[in-house]
Ligand binder design. Structure first.
Ligand code: MSP
Length: 644
């Protein structure tokens, strides 16, 4: 039996509603959980809430309710969001659960009995926001070196965990396990942090200052420091949350996913706590980067916090999941903007994957009575074997390799490489041309089989990232795929799509028109400096990508009656024939353009010119007067080929 895959997210503070930062880690964990379930591993995926401490106590006081009531009210905000985002967590832990509290108290007693917790007076600089003391040398001009808020000097008797004792063991562990902290840059940060002598950690707060916490089992005047309480969740949950609870079977965790800001608490506090409790260390702690919004730090005071509920309601869970993991390498910071999200939806999801599915299903319905044909070995070419090899390499080699390293964006890049290849395959093989020639039927059937089979592989590749999309693809392709099964436990074999009855359905991802809705709640600057003229009119790559330019072949041309400027063209754009009315009649006659390979804008809304419908636009040079048509003279290009 392979080792179980135990993955955790941080447990989120319930001082406020969830934002995209929380959604990011949780979705990333979900992708890995779904992937490992497909591979046939036992998976335990844990998320939950951190309900004690000053932040929560303050938020409850602000709301004028008791802390527990505040936590109970906010909990569904997280749980419902995870449902909306199709998060498949196996356990949901709340630190106010009596079962968790009992484990924390047991650990505290164990460390106290072992002499690893002691009582002492401590004077230091206290940061209320971070709930921690800093030493004189840490403090930066009276401010917290972490959050830069003012600190105050406090002298207090507290209980301390002898963290300093474990510094060398931790260094040795880091040395012997290069993959313990990932990515490499974060590992170096931890090593840098450990250059300085490690201090002991205050693990208590006097109730006189903070009452909302787990009482120390050996001194009722104190509650436990919120981080000591919270970190224990990763092992306390295993005592009561899995279907078959067992620390022995599920621990050590395969990976703790955390944000870069909470790396030290995990890599240093948690690991030394585990050492003290003689519990093995997790295999990997992976720290991801932070999202900014339109180039700015996301914060309540800036009013630019992105509400994940609103994004999901507008664009759907899968588009959001795809965007977050595709847009930036996991581990690096990235920027969230509506424009980039819409750009990705239109370019990758609607024009890429959605188009591949819809044209394949349409062609199978039109040419094969709706049933995925079997390939004809005598009609195969290198194009077919190339596509098969690419699909097999994606599922069997590239995805496992990238996901092992948590390279979500590279996994998606590779997957969309196959989407592109699939679309190019259809452009090149031109099934609509094959359909006109009865002698080409074996080739037509072979081509449509390969397109459908590629989509079957793409269903499996997409599933961990976009579960709803994968289900809908499988439904339209007529594949009875049950994604709750370990579908990739054994390598999937090329050929399974034949015989399926396809069902045309709605577009996987309708194109989104980028109406100018500002990013949620972003306050307008009071007096925005006017932009320089050229800066104002520039567009981003996403805007350009919205224009679908395609190679087209002019089949027929005639003048529009009573116009010396307009020509009515019938053009082949690969997937279909279109009528385009072009204002090129003063420069060209119909006989000049028939047979030419030109470039058209394929996703323009239809319009009527002198009463004649035009379903696109041709590209030509010139301003008021057309001076030249954009053509490909010496290359043989297939209609439908994308122009970028
Ligand atoms: N309660 C602690 C964690 C305890 S784990 C034993 C905590 N909670 S939190 O709610 O403040 O933050 C949870 C996570 O959200 C952290 O991993 C943090 O990095 C992440 N994010 C908060 N803002 C973020 C962004 N703007 N972008 C990405 N992630 C961000 O810390």
């Amino acid at each position: 039996m392979p080792e179980p895959f135990y993955i955790t997210t941080p447990i989120y503070y319930v001082n406020d509603v969830p934002h995209i930062g929380h959604a990011y880690t949780t979705v990333a964990a979900d992708v890995l959980a779904r992937w490992h379930r497909l591979l046939g591993q036992e998976v335990f995926f844990l998320t939950g809430l951190d309900e004690h401490g000053q932040k929560v106590q303050q938020a409850a006081a602000k709301a004028g309710i008791a802390p527990q009531e505040h936590c109970d009210r906010l909990t569904p905000q997280f749980q419902t969001l995870w449902q909306k985002l199709d998060v498949s967590n196996d356990g949901f832990i709340r630190t106010t659960d009596a079962r968790h509290q009992a484990v924390v108290q047991r650990f505290l007693r164990q460390l106290h009995d072992a002499g690893l917790i002691y009582r002492a007076e401590y004077t230091g600089w206290y940061c209320t926001f971070d709930e921690r003391f800093w030493t004189e040398k840490d403090v930066d001009a009276g401010r917290c070196p972490d959050c830069h808020r003012p600190v105050e000097q406090l002298s207090e008797i507290n209980y301390f965990f002898r963290m300093s004792r474990f510094q060398q063991r931790l260094l040795d562990h880091l040395d012997a396990n290069p993959a313990f902290i990932r990515p490499e840059s974060r590992r170096n940060e931890v090593l840098g942090f450990l250059q300085k002598p490690l201090e002991d950690l205050s693990i208590s707060r006097p109730k006189s200052r903070l009452s909302w916490g787990i009482e120390l089992p050996f001194d009722t005047d104190y509650v436990t420091y919120v981080w000591f309480d919270a970190l224990v969740n990763y092992v306390s949950a295993l005592e009561y949350l899995p279907a078959q609870p067992s620390i022995d079977r599920l621990w050590p965790a395969t990976v703790h996913l955390v944000g870069k800001d909470i790396l030290t608490t995990h890599a240093v506090y948690w690991t030394t706590m585990l050492m003290a409790m003689e519990i093995p260390l997790p295999r990997t702690i992976f720290a991801h980067g932070w999202w900014t919004v339109d180039g700015e730090k996301m914060s309540k005071s800036r009013g630019n916090v992105i509400d994940p509920y609103a994004v999901v309601d507008q664009f759907g869970a899968d588009a959001f999941r795809y965007f977050m993991l595709r847009e930036i390498p996991f581990g690096q910071d990235g920027d969230f903007s509506r424009e980039s999200l819409i750009g990705r939806i239109n370019a990758d999801l609607a024009n890429g994957l959605g188009n591949l599915l819809s044209r394949t299903v349409t062609l199978i319905q039109r040419c094969c009575q709706g049933m995925v044909p079997a390939p004809d070995p005598s009609a195969m070419t290198e194009l077919d074997t190339g596509l098969q090899a690419a699909a097999e390499a994606l599922i069997h080699t590239t995805m496992p390799q990238h996901l092992r390293r948590m390279e979500f964006n590279r996994t998606l890049e590779a997957t969309w490489g196959l989407v592109q290849l699939g679309n190019q395959y259809i452009d090149k093989t031109a099934p609509w041309v094959l359909a006109k020639d009865p002698a080409a039927t074996p080739r037509l059937r072979t081509v449509l089989f390969h397109a459908a089979e590629t989509l079957r592989f793409l269903c499996l590749a997409a599933y961990p990232f976009m579960p709803q999309t994968a289900e809908e693809m499988a439904r339209q392709l007529g594949l009875g795929l049950d994604f709750s099964q370990a579908l990739l436990k054994a390598p999937i074999v090329w050929g399974g799509a034949s015989g399926a009855t396809v069902v045309k359905g709605k577009a996987l991802f309708p194109r989104v028109e980028a109406v100018a809705t500002p990013s949620p709640a972003k306050p307008q600057p009071e007096a925005a400096a006017p932009l320089a003229q050229d800066e104002d009119s520039r567009i981003g790559i996403q805007d350009f990508q919205k224009v679908e330019l395609k190679v087209a072949k002019v089949l027929t041309a005639e003048r529009v009656p009573k116009s010396n400027k307009l020509l009515k063209l019938q053009v082949d754009i690969g997937s279909e024939q279109r009528q385009i009315v072009a204002g090129i009649g003063k420069k060209y006659g119909p006989e000049d353009v028939v047979g030419k390979t030109i470039v058209v804008v394929a996703n323009l809304k239809p319009a009527k010119l002198m009463g004649v419908e035009s379903q696109g636009m041709v590209l030509a040079a010139g301003d008021a007067e057309v001076q030249g048509l954009v053509t490909f003279e010496d290359q043989e290009l297939e209609p439908g080929t994308r122009v970028k």
